[in-house]
Structures are given as C-alpha cells and as structure tokens.
Design a protein around this ligand. Structure first.
Ligand SMILES: Nc1ncnc2c1ncn2[C@@H]1O[C@H](COP(=O)(O)OP(=O)(O)OP(=O)(O)O)[C@@H](O)[C@H]1O
Length: 244
C-alpha cells in the first residue's frame, strides 16, 4: 500500500442472501484526511464501515486498513483504529475518570499512560469539575466529545465515526468538528458518516453512496461544481434522494 494511503478499498461487496447491501465499492483514503462517507438511510454505510473495522467479513473484494488486510488481519486493524458510534458511547454508570481508565485498559495502555492521558484529556475538555460524575449525568454533547477523545486514547492511525454528532445543537457540533480538525492536523485520519450536510462541507473529500454503490467521490468544491449545486445539501439531494 502506498505510504500515504491508509485505507485502500477495491470492489468491496457484502450481500445478505439475495440482497447486495454494499456493491463493489472502490476508494482510497489518505493519511490525515477527513473523509466523509455519506448516503441516505439504508445506503450501506454502516455495513461498509463494519467491514473496514474488521467486525464483518466481506463477501468479496479487497480492503486494507492501516496497512492490514480485512480478511486475514482483522485483529491488527482493531489495534490501529478508533471507533465511535452514535449508539455505543461510554458506560453511563461509570464516572468520566472510570470510563477513561476502563477504555485505556482495553486499548492496552499502561497505568502511567492512562494517568497522563486522562489528566490531559480532562483538562482539554474542561471536565475537571465533573471527572467524578457518572457519564450518564453529562449532557449529550459532552458525552460525544469525551467518547471521541476516548476513541483516540491509543493514538490510532484512523478513527471511524458513525454519525458522531446526532442530536446536538449546531454550536456543540461545531466544537466537535474543531476536535476533528485538530486530530486530523496531528495526522490522524478521520472516516466519518453524517446526515448533516453542513458537516459534509467540512470534509476534505466526500463519497456519496446510493443503494450500495458509491455514486460520487470528490472534494465538496468539485462535487458542487460537477452537480451545479450551491451546497452539499443540494448535491446530496440531487444524488441520493430516495425515490418516492
Ligand atoms: N445483518 C443484516 N442482514 C440483512 N440485511 C441487512 C443487515 N445489515 C444491514 N442490512 C441491510 O443493508 C442495507 C444497508 O444498511 P446499512 O445499515 O449499512 O445502511 P446505512 O447507510 O448505514 O443506513 P443508516 O443511515 O440508516 O444507518 C439496509 O437495507 C439494511 O436493511
């Protein structure tokens, strides 16, 4: 794999019985890139992401993530990536500090590393006054930011974010995206799905999936030009509108 390519996907396909959820998708993602993975509900995004993070076997095709093969090196992939889904976040019945300690342990960090990282993280997120509160009591936006930071604890090469900002206000989403930019500047590759088209504008490149296929993939600027659209919202509506 080219040094600069941290994800390489070729003809990746997943079928469930007669139904093809992901249909021969091909793309690359580069180091430090913010890659938006868009599509209407049911387009196949989560199914594709599950194959890339090594928890679902492809039916056919090829994919390398962080230099590892999804078929034969799924365990190596898991060690080199972070993952944050909207549904699975943190444990509500553990405190902020306990969550960090718990996930740091799962990621194989030493006690010393966990101590150092958690102090930094709590300070960066401004959680000093709530670090002994149960995560369940925190506002959703704080939980999301903490969850993102926890997904980065082990300095993964790539972090996969599945609709990370669902249900919060635009200011909180903007703050979340500032964290994404910072991680990307430090060299972490960001692979993100979202239904918010303003967030699609923040990505370096965006792919749009329709019925299991990638219909378009380019920078937001080029996509707008190609589809004669004023915004990514217009691009999305032109491409991904579900037939009524
Ligand atoms: N385990 C499964 N068995 C059968 N069909 C499945 C399975 N998982 C997903 N599908 C189907 O594959 C299609 C793609 O689903 P997927 O969850 O990947 O879409 P998505 O783009 O992530 O949608 P959303 O934005 O709603 O999360 C859907 O029609 C879904 O019903």
């Amino acid at each position: 794999m080219n040094d600069n390519k941290v994800i390489h996907v070729e003809g990746l396909t997943k079928t469930f019985g007669d139904f093809t959820a992901v249909n021969a998708i091909t793309f690359d993602v580069h180091k430090g890139e913010i890659f938006g993975f868009l599509g209407a509900n049911g387009a196949g995004k989560t199914t594709a992401m599950k194959m890339l993070i090594g928890i679902s076997n492809p039916t056919s095709g090829k994919a390398e993530v962080a230099g590892f093969d999804v078929f034969t090196q799924a365990e190596d992939i898991k060690k080199n990536i972070g993952y944050m889904s909207q549904k699975f976040a943190l444990y509500d019945d553990l405190t902020v500090q306990e969550n960090i300690t718990f996930f740091g342990g799962i990621y194989g960090l030493s006690r010393k590393q966990i101590k150092e990282k958690s102090a930094l993280l709590i300070q960066e997120l401004g959680l000093e006054n709530v670090d002994h509160q149960l995560v369940g009591a925190l506002p959703l936006g704080w939980k999301q930011k903490l969850s993102f930071s926890v997904a980065l604890l082990h300095d993964p090469k790539i972090v996969f974010l599945d609709e990370p900002t669902g249900g919060v206000d635009p200011i909180t989403r903007r703050q979340f995206w500032e964290m994404i930019y910072k991680a990307a500047h430090q060299g972490t590759t960001i692979f993100v799905t979202t239904h918010y088209m303003d967030e699609a504008e923040y990505c370096d490149r965006v792919s749009i999936m329709v019925n299991g296929k990638i219909e378009a993939l380019d920078t937001p600027k080029n996509l707008k030009k190609k589809y004669k659209a004023d915004s990514m919202n217009d691009v999305f509506l032109k491409l991904a509108r579900v037939p009524s």
